[in-house]
Design a protein around this ligand. Structure first.
Ligand code: SF4
Length: 143
């Protein structure tokens, strides 16, 4: 299966803090599936490192109150473009991210509190009918 995947899970240092979130099962996943890496926040034109941001309703804001919704939306659209171009059948995305999180994300208070919801890219991809998995489900994709 061809899978869109958050680039940080493959070891790319594209996170807001300039770090990666390399997943120990990423290499095994790459042996079993074709992976197409994307980082919606970089694709949206944001720098790395960059200020952390969280969703507040339809908006995405930094802790300092800067509205970065447009960059997050653009990044989500670019991820969708690549997803379609490569014919990805599902996505494996970094959990809890304001872009990639699916099901549970931080609540916009910058207190580490989770709430129900999707990151901007995950929301768009799911709305287009793509199955979205979090990294905690990678082991399921290896069966
Ligand atoms: Fe990883 Fe997604 Fe954040 Fe990029 S936007 S660093 S791929 S979680």
């Amino acid at each position: 299966m061809r899978l869109l995947i958050s680039a940080c899970l493959l070891g790319c240092r594209c996170r807001y803090d300039g770090a990666s979130k390399a997943h120990p099962l990423a290499a095994a996943l790459a042996e079993r599936h074709d992976l197409v890496p994307v980082c919606p926040e970089q694709l949206g034109g944001l720098a790395t490192p960059r200020p952390p941001a969280e969703r507040r309703g339809e908006a995405v804001v930094t802790a300092a109150g800067l509205d970065v919704t447009e960059q997050y939306r653009r990044g989500a659209e670019e991820a969708l473009t690549l997803c379609r171009f490569f014919g990805c059948e599902a996505a494996v995305l970094k959990e809890r991210s304001p872009s990639c999180g699916h099901g549970r994300i931080y609540d916009g208070t910058f207190t580490g509190t989770l709430t129900a919801g999707d990151g901007v890219a995950a929301e768009l991809l799911a709305a287009q009918g793509l199955a979205v998995y979090g990294e905690s489900q990678i082991s399921e994709l290896l069966k």
